[in-house]
Structures are given as C-alpha cells and as structure tokens.
Write a protein that binds this ligand. Structure first.
Ligand code: G4P
Ligand code: NA
Ligand code: NA
Length: 193
C-alpha cells in the first residue's frame, strides 16, 4: 500500500458507500509533506510531456496543483466557481455537481490560458468527472493542448475516469478506490503512488 492509500485508510471516514471524508489531509486540514510527494509524483508521471501550466478548480484542487507547479516550475491557475466582478474577459462553462446537486459556472480569465499552453489538469477527487470535463472544455475554448489529468483520489466505481479515458484523455490517479462497501476501502492496484 502506498503512502496516500495508507493515509486514506487510517484517516479517511467512509460516510456512505460512495462518499469518503478526507478532511484531515486534503479537504480541510492539509498535509504539506504528502502534497509535496503528490506534486513530485505527478511531475514524474508527466515527465514525458512539456507542461507549461497547471490548471485546477478551487478550492481543494489548489494544494496538490500548487505543489505540482512548484516541482514542474510552471504557473498554476485555478478556475473560479463564482465569477468575480473584477474578472473581465474570461472563458466559462457549466459544471454540475452530483454531490451538491447544483450547477456551477466556472470561469478563468483569458489572460492566463493561451493556444501555446500545454496543460496539466489537477483535481483532488474524480467521481463523475463533471469538474474535469468542465476544465477540459475551457482548455479547448482557449485552443490550448491538454497533456493529461492528474487526480489524487479517483473513485473507480463512479464513471468519470472511464468516460475521460474513453475520450482518449490521459488520466493518472494516485489512488483509485474500487469499493467502500461495508466500511472497507479497497484499492485498484494500478493507482500506486
Ligand atoms: P465530479 O466533479 O467528479 O463529477 O464530482 P462531483 O460533482 O460529485 O463532486 C463535487 C465535489 O465533491 C467536488 O468538490 C469533489 O472534489 C467532491 N467529491 C466528490 N466525491 C467525493 C468524496 O467521496 N469525498 C470527498 N471528500 N469529496 C468528494 P468541490 O465541490 O469542487 O469542493 P472543493 O474543491 O471546494 O472541496
Ligand atoms: Na474538488
Ligand atoms: Na472537494
């Protein structure tokens, strides 16, 4: 079991068969050392492509994204869930959250994405893939290239990962949970950190 899986098992709280709370190291309190390892691992996995920018969605994607940007030495941009009144010319797309049962309009300023960019998308969770699909849409609007997607925790029993991979998108997940039934977390071994 890798360090991230170990952390998920010891500190994660299975709330239901499909939702796990990881507030002690990822979604509320943040473990910087683990985030640093995560940034290094994403960098290693995508070392064959020349990433120019890391893109994520606020708020929980920012910690793993910034560590990845630090190791890669490239800027990190986060999509905003609420359009700030100061945001002038922007790309935007609709994202539906199954967890929160609401639509969010996510936006990124046109100043920070260009057709010359080779983008690595990072997010904390991959469930149904709505958030990632929204960011993929924005990368397309910008005319940038998508190098791939790095996910900290993929819930393999939901369909986001399958849909993105079927679309030919490279998805690298550092832990893939295959089941949380009966409070027992099992991992898909392909996701080893
Ligand atoms: P999707 O993007 O893959 O379709 O997932 P979904 O709409 O279901 O996710 C909505 C929010 O819930 C996202 O955070 C996502 O990261 C998070 N999430 C999904 N499944 C789990 C889970 O099992 N455990 C935890 N802890 N989070 C989960 P968000 O709304 O963007 O919030 P945040 O980034 O501000 O934390
Ligand atoms: Na998230
Ligand atoms: Na979240």
């Amino acid at each position: 079991m890798n360090a991230l899986e170990q952390k998920i098992v010891t500190e994660g709280n299975v709330l239901s068969e499909s939702v796990i709370k990881v507030d002690s190291f990822l979604n509320h309190q943040i473990d910087p050392l683990l985030m640093k390892q995560i940034g290094q691992e994403f960098t290693d996995r995508f070392s064959d492509t020349n990433i120019t920018k890391v893109l994520t969605l606020e708020s929980s994607g920012i910690a793993p994204a910034i560590m990845t940007g630090l190791v890669l030495g490239v800027p990190v941009v986060f999509a905003k869930k609420r359009k700030p009144i100061t945001l002038a010319d922007h790309f935007s797309t609709e994202v539906y959250s199954f967890t929160k049962k609401e639509m969010n309009n996510i936006t990124i300023s046109k100043d920070f994405l260009s057709p010359d960019d080779n983008i690595l998308l990072i997010d904390d969770f991959l469930a149904n893939g709505q958030a990632v699909s929204g960011m993929v849409d924005i990368v397309k609007q910008a005319g940038a290239n998508l190098a791939g997607v790095g996910i900290v925790i993929e819930k393999g029993f939901q369909h986001g990962g399958k849909i993105l991979r079927q679309d030919g998108i490279r998805v690298e997940s550092l832990a893939i949970i295959s089941s949380m039934e009966n409070n027992k977390i099992t991992f898909d071994k392909e996701g080893a950190l």
